[in-house]
Write a protein that binds this ligand. Sequence first.
Ligand code: DTR
Length: 336
Amino acid sequence: MVKRSIFSATLFLFAIVTCLIIFQTPVMAGTVKLNYANFPPAPTFPCVQMERWKVEVEKRTAGQVQINTFPGGTLLGAKGMMDGVIAGQSDIGNICMAYQPGRFIVTNATSLPLGIKDAKKGSLALLKLYEKYQPDAFKDVVVLAMFTNAPGNVMSKVPVRTLDDIKGLDLRASGGAAQILKAWGANPVGMPMPATVEALQKGTVKGLFSSLEVMKDFKFAENCKYVTMTETVLYPFAVVMNKAKYNSLPKNVQKIMMDLKEEQSLWTGTYMDEQIKKAIAWSKEANDVEFISLSAGEKAKWDGKLDFITEKWIKGAKEKGLPAEEIIKDIKAFAQ
Ligand code: DTR
């Protein structure tokens, strides 16, 4: 009797172990888990594109890759993102290059006032620029996508109709956008986008200069009742991966990620352009925001103040040995 139950227990155990070996081991051994850090809150476009990428990669690898996403700076914040990914604190991270202006000289040239019309064109131009010049700034990571937001406009608590109105106004902006505000006579206050919510509520700034989807995604329309349509300046973003981690991935997974690069970049630009339309409608209908168009004469004055910015960038980039004029020419051509 005892012998028989020992025998069946052994048989049972053997069956379990066999099942584990047959069914579980291959799945566990083949599953790659990756962390993906992002700095702004979940409903904003950098995080929406992150969730889309996660879904696509998990689907296209049939579950071989599982991605844990960390929005809202829960794993890495805006300024520590690039170095955090290089150090392996997160496998993947989304960076806004404008937050480190001196670090990404070539790709940050997309934020010069070059007249790029929308985020889809901006995203394609940025990705092509990166692929052509392969800037050193990215040599320690693998780029999985690049995109820009849409051209920036002034969102403010007070109406801005002329250059006199913007003079001395405290407006939040980073990187290339700060230079533009300064040229118009405003007082640019630098901080990453998530910090702007509190700065607006406390009154530390009287508005901001960015793409208009934030009117809805961050509910800035509740504070900023005026928008001045300047349609200038893009912010370039990149999704980067730790190099050693990428090199450790199976070849088929690497191929899936590389095949997704341009598609993801364009998807994000297109998504951003659509969000802008929704945010404008919501700001007007639900929040009574006034949208101010500059007259042709006034716009010419504003644009005239920006001419020196690209010249200055060209001079600085040349001093660093970069083919500055060619870079500018390429950005304009790639954005067509
Ligand atoms: N305009 C940049 C980038 C940006 C635009 N929309 C968002 C949303 C969330 C984070 C960053 C951004 C900026 O002002 O920071």
